[in-house]
Design a binder for this molecule. Structure first.
Ligand SMILES: Cc1cc2nc3c(=O)[nH]c(=O)nc-3n(C[C@H](O)[C@H](O)[C@H](O)COP(=O)(O)O)c2cc1C
Length: 387
């Protein structure tokens, strides 16, 4: 096994190991992928102030997200079909997160069910909810998340309809994969992945969307989403969901200051500044660029988290120094999972932690609370002069 020191190292192994259809599903953005690219490249525009001769002994990356202790301000983002990247992928990722001491968020669109993950973990995890047309089903999901002791509901607001992702349409993304000639030819080169999947037959061929009773074949995920997600979702429904759930609510997919204020009005506990990893509205601002204006609007009244494009501990540091109280990684942990299963997710977290800790030290800071705007060099036009 090669020495892994960066998230990109995991990405390279992941790409070799996982079928093209699921690699593309992870690696795509919508339409031209402008926002997908900006999410990462905008982080690189922010530079750091090097400070010297500062006592660096006794550093800590520990902090809190929505009142919960975390080993560093990083959670695993909800990622649909995680169980197609590696067999029992949701369980493996949840276990790695639990051992590391960061939150794991289970997507509505998971292969393993809420109960599967709860049975294989000890600490509470977070559950991500998409709002479905079927109100009974929605109520049932909330009830199951409550019964599994989930400690936060992450309600995703930026996917009432699916953004167009060319690669998924061209690949005919489905779970399990349809056995077309190109798919079979590609699968033949992915025997490590295939063998692992065969050993977990029950989930692979049994209950494809683990929470969706009776869905054994999400062939054409695009059609399944269009048929089941509720395009009528509005703020009154968000408020009602907050009341029905009664616990901690995180609203994910906020990219605009006005929406951030609406999130405050409905009593959310936190918001995630996010464009769904560039998978929904192509042409939207990168998350890191949208973050400052949202912090100005609501940052002193609600916990603001951010995701999109985070591939290193330096990216985490930049987001936190700008004012985010937490960050999420999506693809960065999927690369680890697809490359090496649970150990790969752990490795991704270790890489990010090491980079965060070292960068904190070289910027002259010992704690997460000590990270502030002062350690950053942000171009004057970073937020852009958009009208
Ligand atoms: C393959 C994939 C599947 C995703 N599925 C979901 C999902 O089911 N629910 C959700 O709220 N967000 C989903 N997201 C968005 C992530 O939660 C997160 O916002 C995004 O991945 C952050 O960007 P990053 O991948 O650059 O870290 C998905 C992202 C990816 C890459």
């Amino acid at each position: 096994m090669p020495v892994i020191t960066t998230i990109e190292d995991l990405h390279r192994i992941y790409r070799r190991r996982v079928p093209k259809m699921f690699y593309d599903y992870c690696e795509t953005g919508s339409w031209t992928e402008q926002t997908f690219r900006d999410n990462s490249s905008d982080f690189a525009k922010i530079r750091l102030r090097q400070r010297v001769a500062v006592d660096m002994e006794g550093r800590s990356t520990a902090t809190r997200m929505i009142g919960q202790d975390v080993a560093m301000p990083v959670a695993l983002a909800p990622v649909g079909l995680t169980g197609m990247q590696a067999a029992d992928g949701e369980i493996k990722a949840a276990r790695a997160a639990e051992k590391f001491g960061v939150p794991f968020t289970l997507s509505t669109m998971s292969i393993c069910s809420i109960e599967d993950v709860a049975a294989h973990t000890e600490k509470p995890f977070w559950f991500q909810l998409y709002v479905m047309r079927d109100q009974d089903y929605l109520a049932n999901l909330i009830e199951r998340a409550r019964a599994a002791n989930c400690s936060a509901l992450v309600l995703t607001l930026d996917l009432q309809i699916l953004g167009q992702r060319h690669k998924d349409l061209k690949n005919g993304l489905s779970a399990p994969p349809k056995m077309t000639l190109p798919t079979m030819a590609n699968l033949a080169t992915k025997w490590g992945w295939g063998l692992e999947m065969l050993q977990t037959k029950r989930r692979f061929f049994g209950n494809i969307i683990g929470h969706a009773k009776g869905v054994t074949d999400a062939s054409s995920l695009v059609d399944w989403t269009a048929g089941n997600f509720d395009p009528r979702l509005d703020w009154s429904q968000v408020k009602k969901l907050k009341e029905d759930w009664g616990g901690k609510l995180i609203l994910k997919g906020i990219l605009d200051a006005e929406d951030a204020r609406r999130a405050l009005d409905v009593g959310a506990d936190a918001i995630v500044v996010s464009n769904h990893g560039g998978r929904q509205l192509d042409g939207a601002l990168s998350s890191i660029r949208a973050l400052p204006s949202i912090l100005r609007a609501v940052g002193d009244q609600i916990e603001v988290h951010v995701d999109g494009g985070i591939r290193s501990g330096q990216d985490v540091l930049k987001a936190v120094a700008l004012g985010a109280k937490g960050t999420y990684i999506g693809r960065a942990f999927i690369y680890g999972l697809g490359a090496m299963g649970e150990a790969g997710v752990t490795r991704a977290l270790e890489v990010i932690h090491k980079e965060l800790d070292t960068t904190m030290a070289l910027c002259g800071r010992k704690t997460i609370a000590g990270l502030d705007r002062d350690i950053l060099l942000v171009p004057k036009d970073f937020e852009g002069d958009w009208v």
